[in-house]
Design a protein around this ligand. Structure first.
Ligand SMILES: N[C@@H](CCC(=O)N[C@@H](CS)C(=O)NCC(=O)O)C(=O)O
Length: 219
């Protein structure tokens, strides 16, 4: 069977989210780079895969998908029987609902804040601009409020959705990986449970593998 294809390089956080799921389940996959310098992501071939002209896109035979969290769910469902991995907790309606809840928290509360900081700290200077420090400090304040909630949840449970690792935890790693390399990462020191959770997350072989792919692509 031909390996599934992921369109977009690992350095993009939304691509890395899909890759870590593929690594967790041990699926064979091929990364197809999309050249942003020549605006390949806005070309008709890529728009047929992702009508918003973004990465990732994903192909499994005739099936084409976009939206990293939807692709991640597909990957985890498709390969669920291949091993012990049960990162969606399907089969247990309560646990899988908690995975949905906390995945929404990641997508709607955590990720937008992290993305604002990333854009100001890394993207704006790379494009020759000056980061807007007020956007960064407002974002870090908002992040503290989210981390207060995470710290409370991780005091009750080992992982965000409960006492089981899930897509929720994995989904946090790409933006957090970049954030941890920034000066603002010191904010995490006020949250010992969050720190311990991140240590656990970043010790996973699948996460380590994708971190190495991200570093290769970023330079
Ligand atoms: N919600 C989408 C977001 C995808 C997204 O924002 N991708 C970025 C790269 S991480 C992108 O392609 N940006 C280029 C653009 O928006 O033109 C997902 O989860 O896949």
């Amino acid at each position: 069977m031909a390996p599934v294809k992921v369109f977009g390089s690992a350095a993009f956080t939304n691509v890395a989210r899909v890759l870590v799921c593929l690594e967790e389940v041990g699926a064979e996959y091929e990364i197809v780079d999309i050249d942003f310098h020549i605006k390949e992501h806005k070309g008709s071939e890529h728009l047929a895969r992702n009508p918003f002209g973004q990465v990732p896109a994903f192909q499994d035979g005739d099936l084409i998908l976009f939206q990293s969290r939807a692709i991640s769910r597909y990957v985890l469902r498709k390969y669920k029987t291949a091993g012990e991995v049960n990162l969606l907790r399907e089969g247990n309606p309560g646990e899988s609902a908690l995975v949905d809840v906390w995945l929404d928290v990641e997508a709607l509360q955590y990720d937008p804040i992290m993305n604002l900081v990333f854009v100001q700290h890394r993207v704006v200077p790379a494009l020759g601009g000056t980061p807007d420090e007020s956007v960064i400090s407002e974002s870090v304040e908002k992040l503290r409020k989210v981390l207060d909630v995470y710290e409370a949840q991780l005091t009750k449970h080992r992982y965000l959705a409960g006492d089981f690792v899930s897509l929720v935890d994995l989904s946090h790693f790409p933006e957090t990986h970049y954030f941890m390399g920034m000066p603002y990462a010191a904010v995490l020191d006020s949250y010992p449970r969050v720190r311990a959770w991140l240590e656990d997350l970043f010790s996973r072989p699948a996460v380590k593998k994708v971190v190495s792919l991200m570093a290769k692509d970023f330079n």
